[in-house]
Design a protein around this ligand. Structure first.
Ligand code: SAH
Ligand code: SF4
Ligand code: F3S
Length: 468
């Protein structure tokens, strides 16, 4: 099998969240193990996969406009294979094969491991959609990184620790596209991280749709030992002890699943990054209830306070939705006020988008598009101010960045991420900064979207520079 694919090349287009980015990595790695190689561009590819997102209407429609344009891509060369995966694939299944003749196969979010078989079938002329759910933890098993696997950011890696979501917030399609919560055994997680560390990874991001719900069903059923899971904060502590791992992050947590162990971990584990992405969605209790978020603003506010008590420099970012059905002007004002009070370092905000199969789709009180747009702009303007003032507070401070590469601006500008997950553009010293490694930086300037810093030449040392 491996030899027959020797000269064939693949490319993946990825939309959506970090889980999708990581799924693309898993599929790409599988294909490399099957003898495929990565194409330098889509034009050079024999196999094109589209890894789709369905979180908002716009994301889903992206796929349909892409597919329209890809009819020509298929005709330009034979044989060419086109596969569609991810959340829209899981949602639509066979329907995609029916509507789009150019699509050869569809793979759901539980079926990444079947991609090589689906490609082989497609090359034999069989069109298939595989969207069965798989409750077996074997779906977490993937081969180690192939020698030709090219990581997007050297030194950094995603590691899946759980998948799925049982929360069913009334606006959200994710429980339908990713299925029920399932946690991966801690031994497999640690063995993957050990192997990544041996390959030079220093910064790991633990992934899951509700990542801090890790193992919670096993605790409730009294089967943690049998299922090989452990409390999330214990897992983080184990990972922080892995030799070579200097930074641990996790995304996305749900505010309901912060126990004292996790809050304390932020104060006691130096490897656990001082950044939490903590989705709020709305600052109005009325809207939070309509959304079925299962917390109110008081509980959320107390959680933020406890986290900041545990780690005083913690950077908290969030997600917000405006124009949820039933959101009044007053509700929106409450969101603005709460965001101002909590001083989020950054936020992603979205206009509510009705999704297929979700309860809120049919709710009364749908907010007119222009009202939602105006709310979005006001919220984003407020966040812009908060982010800039946070960046300004950082001027003069020292930090350490994981070097990601030369800045897009070119010249002597390089780029990295600090522990607070801020992008830092910095002027390189005499030596080329080591991509994938941590270098000390002093912040010298603030912009709305990033920090500007100066690299310390290690041999010159911090003090000499500081005293200038
Ligand atoms: N698991 C995370 C969120 C994952 S989805 C959590 O519990 O918060 C990422 C973000 O997309 C959400 O936080 C929400 O802000 C946004 N989102 C989800 N569904 C949406 C919808 N129907 N319309 C607009 N934004 C939505
Ligand atoms: Fe969606 Fe997050 Fe709610 Fe799950 S917890 S339903 S992923 S918003
Ligand atoms: Fe999109 Fe699916 Fe992620 S809907 S945001 S790719 S879980």
């Amino acid at each position: 099998m491996a030899l027959s694919h020797n000269k064939l090349k693949f490319h993946v287009r990825t939309y959506g969240c970090q889980m999708n980015v990581h799924d693309t990595e898993k599929v790409s790695n599988l294909l490399l193990h099957e003898g495929w190689s990565a194409a330098a561009s889509e034009e050079k590819a024999d196999l094109l996969l589209i890894n789709t997102c369905s979180i908002r209407d716009k994301a889903e429609h992206r796929l349909y406009s892409d597919l329209g344009l890809l009819s020509d891509w298929k005709k330009d060369k034979t044989p060419r294979v086109l596969g569609v995966g991810g959340c829209v694939a899981q949602q639509e299944g066979d329907e995609l094969l029916r509507r789009f003749k150019q699509v050869d196969f569809v793979f759901g979010t539980h079926n990444l491991r079947l991609v090589p078989d689906l490609v082989t079938a497609a090359l034999l002329g069989q069109r298939k959609a595989q969207i069965d759910t798989n409750k077996n933890p074997d779906r977490f098993d993937f081969p180690e990184r192939h020698p030709d696997f090219e990581e997007k950011t050297p030194g950094r890696a995603f590691v899946t620790i759980m998948e799925g979501c049982d929360m069913f917030c009334r606006f959200c399609v994710v429980p339908l596209t990713r299925g029920r919560e399932i946690s991966r055994g801690w031994e497999a997680i640690l063995s993957e991280i050990n192997s990544l560390s041996r390959k030079g990874v220093v910064d790991v991001t633990l992934l899951g749709q509700t990542v801090n719900a890790y193992g919670r069903h096993d605790v409730k059923r009294g089967v943690m030992v049998k299922k090989g899971t452990k409390p999330f904060s214990d897992l983080i502590a184990d990972i922080a002890r892995v030799e070579g791992i200097k930074r641990v992050r996790y995304t996305s947590p749900h505010p309901m699943f912060f126990d004292q162990g996790l809050i304390d971990a932020h104060g006691s584990l130096p490897e656990l990054c001082p950044h939490v992405h903590l989705p709020l969605q709305s600052g109005s209790n009325h809207v939070l209830e309509l959304m079925r978020r299962r917390y109110d603003r008081e509980t959320f506010g107390r959680l933020v306070q406890k986290l900041r008590e545990s780690r005083k420099d913690l950077a908290i970012t969030t997600d917000l939705i405006v124009g949820f059905p039933g959101e009044s002007d007053l509700d929106f004002e409450e969101t603005l006020e709460f965001v101002r009070d909590l001083r989020f370092v950054d936020s992603y905000s979205f206009k509510y988008s009705p999704r297929p199969g979700t309860p809120a789709k049919g709710d009364p009180g749908q907010v007119p598009a222009e009202v939602a747009q105006e709310r979005l702009e006001r919220l984003q303007a407020l966040q812009g101010d908060l982010t800039l003032s946070y960046h300004r507070e950082r001027i003069g401070s020292r930090t350490e960045v994981l070097v990601t590469g030369p800045s897009r601006k070119g010249g002597s500008q390089w780029q990295g991420r600090d522990p607070y997950n801020r992008v830092v553009n910095f002027t390189r010293g005499a030596d080329e900064p080591p991509v994938g490694e941590l270098v000390p930086i002093r912040v010298v300037e603030a912009t709305p979207h990033s920090l500007i810093g100066e690299a310390f030449v290690p041999s010159v040392g911090l003090n000499e520079r500081e005293s200038q």
